[in-house]
Design a protein around this ligand. Structure first.
Ligand SMILES: [Zn+2]
Length: 406
């Protein structure tokens, strides 16, 4: 009975993925909006279609693998069988469970990651990852994910021992704190994966720091990140909490874009800072935890669910695994819809501010280049945009800036 419910959630998630693919496939070949015509020439457009077609197939394969893993875990007693097979108390059992199941999941997704990086991204000239970096990244990710799992589970266990069934409250507070710390120390985390160097003195640096300080911010530094070690795609982001802010530019951006275009991208990021968009998104993302914690609490109050999975009674590890696990991912997807709409609103506001600072044309030119270089979809299906995009599609962004000129 409960297994059927979980199976239904897993299947709905799978059908959701497939529906998005079908919509996207239907959109291919439809005429492009005027504002994005001519960005790709015919050969590049064919290249885009080929790239997306292959990426789509791979992502369907990855949805199928996830479906199989989930069916195996949530339609059998496998979770309790593995859990009870481990020695030690709750914490040790949990750690060993994460390590074992995490390793199995990493191994199962390895072929997909490998094909994506070394076949598709390689074929279309995006990939810069060497096999060595690929292996090192996979191992680092595995360790980092498991360390995070253990920390969060440890917190849940502690909260449960202290508060019983009210543990959700303290876990929420703990997670909120954790997310704030994560974003505060995001620069530390990215240093595990990348090297950062200060942007050299010169006109670009002067322009950027002046614009930032004019807006009333203290700039810690402008960093260039060696993203080209992994990808040819270009990007920029802001990080840090408190008074000292830092801007990170991908080296691909610095090397391939004009100073005007880089400044325009920067003006957009500045608007996010001014409006505290990142902080707001962090806050709203936290609300995402509420349904998980509610489910976890229910699983502790009603032991029948855990028992139907072969546990002797309500089990805090089982509640945790379900609460944070992929079985609830469809719920997360649905919650993200209004958040994505809000994020799109923030993006439009940031574009408007870049325009007001006098960088409208440069921003359009930078956006066209950015989208072209990453072979992104110039004409995504409107429903796919509504359901999954956290940035408006390119043609809407260009049309917005153009409309301000008149
Ligand atoms: Zn933005």
């Amino acid at each position: 009975m409960y297994k059927l419910l979980f199976l239904a959630l897993i299947l709905i998630r799978f059908l959701w993925d497939i529906a998005l693919h079908v919509l996207s496939a239907k959109q291919v070949g439809k005429p492009l909006p005027k504002s994005v015509q001519g960005i790709y020439d015919e050969a590049e457009y064919q290249k885009w279609r080929a790239y997306n077609g292959k990426k789509d197939k791979l992502s369907i394969a990855s949805s199928i693998i996830a479906l199989l893993i989930n069916v195996l875990l949530y339609c059998t007693d496998l979770i309790s069988v593995i859990y009870y097979a481990m020695p030690g108390g709750v914490m040790i059992k949990a750690i060993l469970f994460f390590l074992a199941v995490g390793a199995a999941e990493t191994i199962a997704s390895l072929p997909i990651d490998y094909i994506f990086t070394f076949k598709i991204e390689e074929e279309f000239g995006f990939n810069k990852v060497t096999p060595k970096t690929f292996i090192v990244d996979t191992v680092k990710n595995y360790i980092l994910n498991n360390v995070l799992n253990v920390i969060i589970f440890g917190l849940v266990l502690l909260a449960y021992n202290l508060l019983g069934n009210y543990f959700g409250l303290i876990v929420f507070a703990g997670l909120a704190l954790f997310m704030i710390l994560m974003s505060a120390f995001s620069s530390v985390f990215s240093k595990i994966f990348n090297k950062f160097t200060s942007l050299p003195e010169g006109e670009l640096r002067d322009n950027l720091s002046k614009m930032f300080e004019d807006a009333g911010y203290k700039l810690k530094d402008i960093y260039v990140m060696d993203a080209s070690r992994r990808t040819t795609k270009a990007n920029a982001y802001c990080g840090g909490i408190g008074k000292l802010k830092q801007i990170v530019l991908y080296d691909n951006l610095v090397n391939n874009y004009t100073p005007g275009e880089i400044t325009a991208v920067f003006a957009h990021e500045l608007a996010h800072f001014k409006n505290k968009d990142t902080t707001k998104m962090t806050f709203f993302n936290m609300l995402n935890f509420l349904p998980m914690l509610l489910v976890m609490t229910l699983l502790m109050i009603f032991p029948e669910v855990a028992q139907s999975y072969g546990f002797e009674s309500a089990n805090i590890f089982f509640a945790f695994y379900v609460g944070f696990g992929s079985v609830l991912s469809i719920v997360t997807q649905l919650i993200m819809i209004p958040f994505n709409a809000m994020s799109c609103r923030f993006e439009r506001r940031a574009d408007s501010l870049a325009y007001e600072l006098g960088y409208g044309d440069e921003l359009i030119s930078a956006l066209r280049k950015l989208h072209k270089d990453s072979l992104s979809d110039m004409n995504p299906h409107p429903i796919v945009v509504k359901l999954t995009y956290n940035h408006p599609p390119l043609h809407e962004r260009i049309e917005l800036i153009e409309s301000k000129k008149n």
